[in-house]
Design a protein. Structure first.
Lengths: 99, 99
DNA sequence: CAAACGATTGAACATATATTCAATTATTTG
DNA sequence: CAAATAATTGAATATATGTTCAATCGTTTG
């Protein structure tokens, strides 16, 4: 892997590498969720959610869609879902090896 | 996703979220590589590689195997490979959408 | 056993980053 | 138009983190 690829891919991993941000992404993985919903589900302030969503949107991990006063966010594409699934498999495997 | 899972999974993403560390992992993805090889391939000091490998080993993303004076490291299991592959697909897709 | 080699460790430092709080911007509705 | 609701923004801050450098540890070999 060359430097440029590494930087680009690492940037995405880095975004998923924060617990709050990861929960925000998984929260709007199945269907679009507005900021208030996400904040309540994750258990943090709307302000913090908004800050994180700005980063996620900038790297196109989520897309925004305003409907009236609310803004709905949804995870970008199916690759993210696959990545998350593989990672959950990895963690599950770990636990099977060392319970 | 519950808090505990998020923290555990985010921890792994976080490790892959640094360009240097990501390149270290990909460097010993196919076959075991010793610290010197990794340092040269990635283009950083052996000291830095060692620091990063300590973190990667602690989270069991790599395994260590000493042979004489050298210590060989190899990526832990196939899930990591799948995660990386999906992420590369994601990046490739992005570039196809916005060249 | 001493020298050489490879790898690890710890301290130090500059930088990046997650979070909070208050202020501001959009949009709807009374 | 004013009030209310939802979301964004910016500044401030405490903490985490990547990197460097020098010292140390483990192993082999002359």
């Amino acid at each position: 892997m060359v430097e440029d690829q590494a930087i680009e891919i690492a940037e995405i991993f880095h975004l998923l590498g924060d617990p709050t941000r990861l929960r925000i992404v998984t929260c709007c993985l199945e269907e679009p969720r507005n900021v208030g919903e996400i904040a309540e589900t994750v258990g943090v302030s709307a302000s913090l959610v908004s800050h994180h969503l700005r980063l996620l949107k900038a790297t196109r991990l989520v897309r925004a869609d305003r409907r009236g006063k609310q803004v709905f966010y949804v995870a970008a594409d199916e690759h993210v879902q696959k990545v998350l699934k593989d990672m959950m498999d990895h963690v599950a495997e770990q636990h099977r090896e060392a319970p």
